[in-house]
Design a binder for this molecule. Structure first.
Ligand code: FMN
Length: 163
């Protein structure tokens, strides 16, 4: 089981080819999301997968930096009432699992920040008519990549303390 190649393959993709996610692809991505660790295993999230063109245009307006031509999107939504202290962590873990599973499947993604950027979460809350206790955590744009990129992350020894 080689995990590092998928991690190294993941990069933020901002140019996409046409092509909607299949039901099977969505199933695998959602399975990966829901297998992320979750505080007390409350799993206080749900996911809205957007293939519809009209809705796609709308969800991209929630962030100033999501105006890319991705033909699909996934919105990760946290339930603040179900897990007041850990919902954000859980949504972050689920988001990253989606990005890695997508890379493994040859799909490109970019994580567009919603929570806690002022305005972004609120805008998405309106677009998707979320409940009072729900927060829009992240907007993942996803599809077949039209650019080749490597992750910008680099190993920096100075960031590691071994004691
Ligand atoms: C919390 C968060 C919010 C981000 N928001 C955006 C965004 O709104 N638009 C965008 O193009 N990229 C966004 N990114 C992607 C980062 O710019 C990207 O991960 C970083 O530059 C490193 O590049 P890489 O992902 O290709 O390794 C976001 C990433 C994270 C983790």
């Amino acid at each position: 089981m080689e995990l590092l190649p998928a991690i190294q393959k993941r990069a933020s993709i901002r140019k996409y080819k046409e092509g909607k996610l299949s039901d099977e692809q969505i199933r695998l991505l959602m399975e990966a999301a829901m297998k992320a660790p979750s505080g007390m295993n409350i799993r206080p999230y749900r996911f809205v997968v957007v293939r519809d063109e009209e809705m796609l245009k709308k969800v991209k307006t929630a962030s100033k930096y999501a105006g890319y031509n991705a033909p699909n999107a996934i919105v990760v939504i946290g339930n603040t009432k179900a897990s007041p202290f850990m919902w954000g962590n859980d949504c972050g873990a689920a988001t990253e699992n989606i990005l890695l599973q997508a890379a493994h499947m040859g799909l490109g993604t970019v994580w567009c920040g919603l929570y806690p950027i002022p305005g972004n979460g609120e805008a998405m809350k309106k677009i998707l008519s979320l409940k009072e206790e729900e927060e829009a955590y992240s907007l993942i744009l996803i599809g077949i990549p039209a650019e080749e990129k490597n992750s910008r992350g680099t190993y920096e020894e100075g960031k590691v303390t071994i004691i």
